[in-house]
Design a protein around this ligand. Structure first.
Ligand code: HEC
Ligand code: HEC
Length: 356
């Protein structure tokens, strides 16, 4: 589903902000008196709680989720049979590998940081440059990418899947009434269905639902500073991002211009340095940061955002408060989400792993 949201202008944002905060603008350090509730309804309206599942029940069936979970964890979808989706998007590590860029086939590294798969299915497009429309379209990319899982072509993926006897009944159940359900396309649909369940509610959602005590005073102050500074111009909605492209270095040029983002896809000058605004849920756990993984820690990343996107120089106290607020979106991940499933054994015709 495409979001029609456009960039909120500073004026539009100011209109949403409560009067007390508007009065404080442009001095972002001024915070309301400690006795008054720090965060009011208008401010909360910038965000929404997470959906239970990021997709329709027709698309996300139990049978597809179960199959998709297995495929997500199955290294036989890679040439050396050592790399699965979970290698770079380790669910137990909040959907990332905590590497600046990820080692794939034969240890080769791509140019970009692995974003988290948690809550990603709800974004308006996939990849830093938006080149896949949704998680189903996205899932086919890494399997055939020579520096990721490196299988040669769709035909080979189907040869592998059909050689594993245990997969046939699972595909049949997930895609009933299809004559040949074991296809690369269906594998991607099943992986997508699984990813659409990777929703991670946190204390922030309890707070949005009206539970004042769900966030500490420091975290609430951080939310106020986050809003006052203007971060929700880009990082709003249920995912605190994932709703639009924006220029890295909107106000002050981004330090590295090597990867031009969406321009690499469209070759349109207007798309230079445009990236999908990432979601910020679980962000305290998903470093290193930015499309190239160039910043190791969250606090310097926050400081850079304020400077390059908003022309603001944040005090240490404000950076600390925003970091505390963002950390309150870190979810405790249920075992049912992160546990690796048992995989069906290989058959006699399953291709042998390639060296590397
Ligand atoms: C070798 C590491 C590696 C493997 C293996 C891998 N990915 Fe990724 N993934 C990445 C990188 C790097 C990106 C970002 C690339 C870009 O934006 O150009 C990415 C992006 C994504 C995204 C987009 C998230 C967003 O917020 O835009 C999703 C979803 C995803 N991968 C799912 C998968 C699935 C499903 C598999 C298995 C079929 C998989 N990945 C295998 C490294 C990997
Ligand atoms: C004008 C839009 C815009 C504004 C305003 C903005 N951001 Fe961002 N943010 C982005 C974009 C685009 C990226 C991706 C940049 C890249 O990777 O090169 C990003 C990335 C981030 C990241 C890294 C996430 C990751 O997974 O790597 C963090 C953290 C972040 N922003 C926090 C903030 C904070 C805090 C503020 C307010 C001080 C803020 N942003 C304001 C657009 C914006």
């Amino acid at each position: 589903m495409r979001s029609t949201l456009t960039l909120l202008s500073a004026a539009a944002l100011a209109a949403i902000l409560p009067a007390t905060l508007r009065a404080a603008d442009p001095a972002p350090t001024a915070t309301p008196a400690a006795t008054a509730p720090l965060v009011d309804k208008a401010m909360l309206g910038l965000f929404q709680p997470l959906p239970e599942v990021m997709g329709t029940p027709e698309r996300v069936t139990e049978a597809r989720i179960d199959l998709g979970r297995m495929l997500f964890h199955d290294p036989r979808l890679s040439a050396n049979q050592k790399i699965s989706c979970n290698s770079c998007h380790t669910l137990a590590q909040h959907g990332v590998d905590n590497e600046p860029t990820s080692p794939g086939h034969k240890g080769q590294r791509g140019a970009r940081n692995s974003p988290t798969v948690l809550n990603a299915a709800g974004h308006f497009v996939q990849f830093w440059d938006g080149r896949a429309a949704d998680v189903e379209a996205q899932a086919k990319g890494p399997v055939l990418n020579p520096v990721e899982m490196a299988l040669p072509d769709a035909q080979h993926v189907e040869t592998v899947l059909r050689s594993i006897p245990g997969y046939a009944p699972l595909f049949a159940k997930a895609f009933p009434n299809e004559q040949e359900p074991v296809t690369f396309d269906n594998a991607a649909v099943a992986i997508g269905a699984f990813e659409r369940t990777l929703v991670t509610p946190s204390r922030f959602d309890e707070f949005l639902a009206g539970e004042q005590k769900a966030l500490t005073p420091e975290e609430q102050k951080g939310l106020v500073v986050f809003v006052q500074t203007g971060c929700p111009t880009c990082h709003a909605g249920p995912y605190l991002g994932g709703q639009m492209y924006q220029k890295a270095g909107l106000v002050k040029p981004w330090p590295s211009q090597k990867d031009q983002g969406r321009y690499e896809v469209t070759k349109a000058d207007a798309d230079r340095m445009m990236f999908k605004v990432p979601g910020l849920r679980n962000v305290a756990k998903t470093g290193p940061y930015f499309h190239d993984g160039s910043v190791a820690d969250l606090k310097p990343a926050i400081r850079m955002m304020a400077a390059h996107q908003l022309g603001r120089d944040l005090s240490d106290a404000d950076v600390d408060a925003i970091a505390a607020f963002l950390a309150a979106t870190t979810a405790d991940l249920p075992k049912s989400m992160v546990a690796a499933p048992a995989l069906p054994p290989s058959g006699p015709d399953t291709p042998k792993p390639e060296a590397g």
